[in-house]
Write a protein that binds this ligand. Sequence first.
Ligand SMILES: O=C(O)CCC(=O)C(=O)O
Length: 386
Amino acid sequence: MFVDSLSPCEAESLSLRSQHNSRAELLHTNHSNLIAMGGLSMDQSFVQAPEHRSKVTVAEATGVPLIDLSPLTSGDAAAAVDALAAEVGAASREWGFFLVTGHGVPAETVARATAAQRAFFALPAECKAAVRRSEAAPLGYYESEHTKNVRDWKEVFDLVMHEPTTPPAGGEVVYENKWPEDLPGFREALEEYMEALEELAFKLLELLARSLNLKPDRLHGFFKHQPTTFFRLNHYPPCPSPDLALGVGRHKDPGALTILYQDDVGGLDVRRRSDGEWVRVRCVPDSFIINVGDTMQVWSNDRYESAEHRVSVNSARERFSMPYFFNPAADAVVEPLGELVGEDEPPRYSAYSWGEFFSTKLSGNYKKLDVENLQIEHFKKKDLEA
Ligand SMILES: O=C(O)CCC(=O)C(=O)O
């Protein structure tokens, strides 16, 4: 399938590049290059279909709003918080994405986490393999994730803040963090970061609830008991074929919201709602990028839309990012909120179990599946589809 999607020139260029890679492996002349590439070596499994590849230049997403959250911490009047909620609501409607500054996460906490991230991915391959995740134990290191059935040019490390006592959808899966040996301070740095991000996530949840004219804590109950929130470290090594591969293929996030920290390299592209073009989210120092996920889209009965996004890679610089996926509890039932539906506004989705939905989505990350991955569109009420 992927060979068919390459033009003869692209196939030849890819074949030359992979011959070059394997010769380099054999001769050990390019050893440091391979380490810099996280052990990844370009082959057909990474090749995107032509219509999904990144262009050489992607325009900047100038319209994605930058929102200063400091009124939340500076004890400003309720009116200032309402104004903030309105900004968050407009961004969630128009883009599904926004950037925040004045978020209250200490710069030192972020610096410790990013240093831990770089130290981890710089470890020899065998140390990373010692904490490799599997379908039965899905937390830890992984370098072979697939998005929409194509392999991503990246390596990741996944962990959770609250280790669940039972897996999201029952069964034998073990959700336990794996901590690398001989990496002093790694665990502490990431635990400190996750704690700060949880606090920020609840502040954002409250702003989103206010923006929908709901009680500020209306959504909090969905995160009680066994939250399935997880945190990921991403490393995108320089890629010899950025014209063919993506760091993460196009996708939407299934949870409530995602809080992403990225370095200054850039590569996160969002599909602009107004014209369907891919545009690049800018790098703003000390900011986080927020996007609303599918769950928020369903709760809001399509007032907010979870935007498709992807990661472009480049051949010159490695890139690091850290997404925090704020997800409901395993036992949460997701459906349009009662306050947001009525006779004139019928619910657009049937209710579904978050735990089952999430587990099914996770299994698609491990291998190429023969079937389409589960999407919220599968729960969209047929008579309301356009
Ligand atoms: O690295 C990024 O900029 C985004 C990562 C992402 O979308 C993901 O890990 O799902």
